[in-house]
Design a protein around this ligand. Sequence first.
Ligand code: G3H
Length: 541
Amino acid sequence: MSIVKEVESIFPAETSIPQNALSGLPVEQDKYLIRGELRHWRGRVQEVFSQVCVKTSSGTSPKRLGIHPLLTEKESTEALNAAVEAYNNGRGLWPTMSVSDRIKHMEDFVCQMVEVKAEVVNLLMWEIGKSYEDSNKEFDRTVQYIRDTISALKDLDRVSSRFVIEQGIIGQIRRAPLGVVLCMGPFNYPLNETFTTLIPALIMGNTVVFKPPKHGVLLYSYLLEAFRDSFPQGVVNTIYGKGREVLPPLMASGKIDVLAFIGTGEAANQLRKQHPKLHRLRCILGLEAKNPGIILPDADLELAVKECILGCLSFNGQRCTALKILFVHSKIVDAFLGRFAEAIEGLRFGMPWEENVFITPLPEPGKTQYLTELMQDAFGFGAKVINDKGGTVNESFFYPAVLYPVSDKMRIYHEEQFGPLIPVLAFEDIETPIQYVIESNYGQQLSVFGSDPDVIARLIDPMVNQVCRVNINSQCQRGPDTFPFTGRKGSAEGTLSVSDALRVFSIRTLVAAKEVDINKKIITGIVRGRKSNFLSTDFVF
Ligand code: G3H
């Protein structure tokens, strides 16, 4: 079948959707978690539709997935107060609990979480259009992240359980929580990226209010009971609703100590500005990026094409780490484009539950129109789509398009497209991509493809001072999750990785005493009698 015909018929009739993909739908989610209680919501609700559309007798339309509460300022303030009370100025049960007990709570949570894997994965597919295989990977990666976080905390705790004596002063230095954390993740990894801040924030003794992302809300309905049952009351509280209604009162209260947000810089700025005591607010932010791929004249083309396909088009290019612009040396640009277009033709596209599917519908309403506008803007400045039928649209489906030659006059050169539209520029002088990186407002990662160690080394040294990860002959990516993940300029604030995240959600705090007899006696009495969870030589195996 031709690409156009296949795109035209991409959406199935309800009757041809596999039964297991429909299981559990719709999800009428009318609960929210506050102060350890799952409260029923009887107010306004948000109808949730999937952009994975279905064919009906009256045409193609988004599939209804269910509802979730649209809470108001009143409930979001209650959620905040519950978190504030559970923290109780650092005197609450959770922030003063021993590390080993907090770990037990987290282990309970992960046990309950794995029991609802099938339901969560199914909703990931429907809510954000992620393929079944990648939705499974997102779930498994998140479970592994929690397990790795537990073992990283055990390592940290072992090191901190020692006393140090310096210049006649005895000290015990540990990490203590920061307070109340507001956590919000992005729609492209609604489970994983939310948990990469939520889990370390919790395990370090903070209390949390979290709001699921705009797409990827319903999957949390299966986790609410696990949160309720695994943590003391008020430690985890959820809010649902329009960000502009439920978030400003939280920030304006001045009671949020840490803003953990992954999304756009503009939204982060709006939130941050509302806090009355800016210097008291810590921000852990993952924001936009426009990572370039630089393909040098001696690149192994097969490898470069394979990695650029993954980099540009995994989850339809909707990753903050995606390669969002390609600079290809003019000597090989024609060969590269030919092979790249051919590789796109070999990609399977369709519904997220189909086996080996790579390109799927986009979850944001209006996204295909936005990508089409970017394409048309580029056409106006001389670019063309160089792959067969690139840019063909059917409702929420956008067939990947490679735009060439792109220039700085075009919107696609500057804007983070976050979708399957790939701008390509040819360069003669390596200064062209270098200047792009320097002038960019973003500084997350880049990929360089080549084979000469001297040339690559000359690029690495200046570029590691512009971005936070230089990938050699490999796509940009966050993982492995033990590696530091951050960005310069407008791309991030704070560093996340399994172990770094434990640090960003805590602060080094110490108990110190001059080395005199009375103090030695007091410390020995506290430690031997196990009277303090902080001043203690206990550690977790
Ligand atoms: O959207 C940004 C994600 O952190 C990227 O993670 O590179 O593992 O897909 P990934």
